[in-house]
Design a protein around this ligand. Sequence first.
Ligand code: TYC
Length: 101
Amino acid sequence: MPDSTIKPQTKAKPKVERPKLYKVILVNDDYTPREFVVRVLKAEFRMSEDQAAKVMLTAHQRGVCVVAVFTRDIAETKATRATDAGRAKGYPLLFTIEPEE
Ligand code: TYC
């Protein structure tokens, strides 16, 4: 028999904050080969060839392009790894992060 005498008086109200999100931004330069930028975007951000080519071209034409949005730790890690991949080859390829409004 169900015991109806032990009902909670009030509803639990969990306080859940949404984590702040950060954009990873690809910055254009004059030296990194286009194919290398595409390769890094595919490897680090799991993009298709098409997606990566579009993002690379947008940065090439406009100076910067938003690659993706993540929580702070993940955005920092990915931007650092992608920038380091360029540095390892002697390229000035740069990924930065910026908080979302
Ligand atoms: N501008 C580079 C070139 O002409 C290609 C490039 C594109 C480099 C985007 C960086 O974020 C970048 N070889």
